[in-house]
Write a protein that binds this ligand. Structure first.
Ligand code: CMX
Length: 441
């Protein structure tokens, strides 16, 4: 067993004991009430999930095992000559709950490089799809084709003790994380670069090898990829991609099946697909205005038109956050340092000056501030990645780090199959009239 896996087992055993005690001594303690509005309106604010890897504060933003994004940028190990954190380090932090050493991060880089082989049938499955297929669909087909490699599924079919589930989930998670950049890069090169594929370079760290396979060897893009892969990795457990992965995993579906389910959620325009929508929206605005940099007045007019047409302004608003997303701010800082004169970036900043005021004035959106997706596309375009339909795949590769670390914890803690109670509107009406009890099955 690798030393990281052994260390995880020790930590998992400790926490399992604590959770057992917690359930035994306080299991019936109430942590919240549920309103009728919450049942109909996306279960917002219901505390009903446990996710160890990160915790979101509505005003402060995400903390990964207690560390904010600026703290991660200061404290996680960096590549030689680089300033952005290595995503390997964030994965270690999320899995272990403690900061990694340089050696831990190097170990993960080499383990993932060694495990990155993708069988040919995965590429064949992607090739079977029309070239016009959306990259997120290709990505999910690739992930599902990789499911043939699940060690958990094989072991379960042969019959394993439930106390060993975590071990197979750990192996599948490490293999899947190792393989995803190759699958994603294959899709990119197939769809946009005439199928001219680039072999992995096993000496590079995970993020820069991904950049290399995509065809971007510029050091600036590699730094961006490290930052990108770090900040998109996790956002506690209730968001659609994390919750779906966890939910499907709770049925003892393997890591490939669970992650693919989560990725279908990420492909929705109110979630991860918003990153492509932001660039599409800006380009449509520019086209309507005849090109060039719009004025703030023109942007405001376009925002109002978007809203009047019954559409959302992509990249703005959040189900939990109530301030500017620190993931947006981290990207803004990256842009100020590396590409302050970029035209598209300046438009993103002008949109940031305009949209919160308009959304606040209209008073409907609870959070008028930008989220992570408002900035990411402009950075990618700067380095030449203009194919915006691919952006959600990048988000997905990063999201694997958080949701798969969480799946390891789910199996290590022996979390139950998820099965909340649902009711009908008829039941709700009867409840309001006092004809049924809230606790009734
Ligand atoms: N533009 C226009 N209207 C918006 C809006 C936006 N950016 N954000 C919220 N609203 C509207 C909602 O559509 C809702 O309208 P209805 O009452 O007519 O349904 C109303 O304001 C209240 O919504 P809310 O409680 O503030 O927001 P929700 O929790 O329901 O939704 C989110 C959150 C992110 C889906 C929403 O803000 C949105 O659609 N934003 C644009 C899409 C986006 O950027 N998604 C990416 C989020 C980050 C990620 O997951 O990657």
């Amino acid at each position: 067993m690798s030393y990281i896996k052994e260390k995880f087992k020790v930590k998992a055993d400790e926490l399992s004991t604590e959770v057992k005690d917690l359930l035994k001594n306080h299991g019936s303690k109430v942590i919240g009430d549920v309103t009728i509005a919450q049942a109909y309106q996306g279960m917002r604010g219901i505390t009903g999930l446990v996710t160890e890897t990160s915790l979101l504060d509505a005003n402060e933003g995400i903390r990964f095992r207690g560390y904010s994004i600026p703290e991660l940028r200061d404290n996680l190990p960096k590549a030689v000559g680089g300033a952005e954190p290595l995503p390997e380090g964030l994965f270690y932090l999320m899995l272990m709950g403690e900061l990694p050493t340089e050696a831990d991060v190097q170990h993960l880089s080499s383990v993932w490089a060694r495990r990155s082989h993708v069988p040919n049938h995965v590429f064949d499955a992607i090739e079977a799809l029309p070239i016009t297929t959306h990259p997120m669909t290709m990505f999910n087909v690739g992930i599902m084709a990789l499911q043939t490699e699940s060690l958990f599924a094989k072991a379960y079919a042969e019959g394993i003790n439930k106390k060993d589930y975590w071990s197979y989930m750990y192996e599948d998670s490490m293999n899947l994380i190792a393989r995803l950049p190759r699958v994603a890069a294959y899709i990119y090169r197939r769809k946009y670069k005439n199928g001219q594929h680039i072999q992995p370079d096993g000496l590079l760290d995970w993020g820069s090898n991904f950049a290399h396979m995509l065809g971007y060897d510029d050091e600036g893009f590699k730094e961006l990829m490290r930052l990108y892969m770090t900040i998109h990795a996790d956002h506690e457990g209730g968001n659609v991609s994390a919750h779906t992965t966890h939910l499907v995993g709770s049925a003892l579906s393997d890591a490939y099946q669970s992650f693919a389910a989560g990725m279908n959620g990420l492909a929705g325009p109110l979630h991860g697909l918003a990153n492509q929508e932001v660039i599409r929206w800006i380009l449509a605005m520019q086209e309507e205005l005849g090109g060039g940099t719009p004025t703030k007045e023109q942007i405001e007019k376009y925002v109002r038109k978007t809203l009047a047409d019954g559409k959302v302004v992509p990249g703005y608003g959040h189900a939990v956050l109530r301030k500017t997303d620190p993931r947006f701010t981290a990207q803004m800082e990256f842009a100020k340092k590396h590409l302050p004169e970029d035209e598209l970036v300046k438009i993103v900043w002008m949109v940031y000056d305009v949209v919160p005021g308009v959304l606040t004035e209209l008073g409907k959106a609870k959070n008028p501030w930008p989220n992570v997706d408002a900035h990411s596309g402009a950075l990618l375009v700067h380095y030449g990645m203009v194919e915006y339909e691919f952006y959600t795949v990048l988000f997905g590769v990063s999201r694997a780090l958080g949701v798969l670390a969480s799946l390891c914890w789910d199996r290590a803690l022996g979390l139950s199959i998820e099965r909340p109670k649902s009711v009908t509107t008829e039941w709700m009406k009867n409840f309001v009239e006092g004809k049924v009890e809230a606790s009734a099955e």
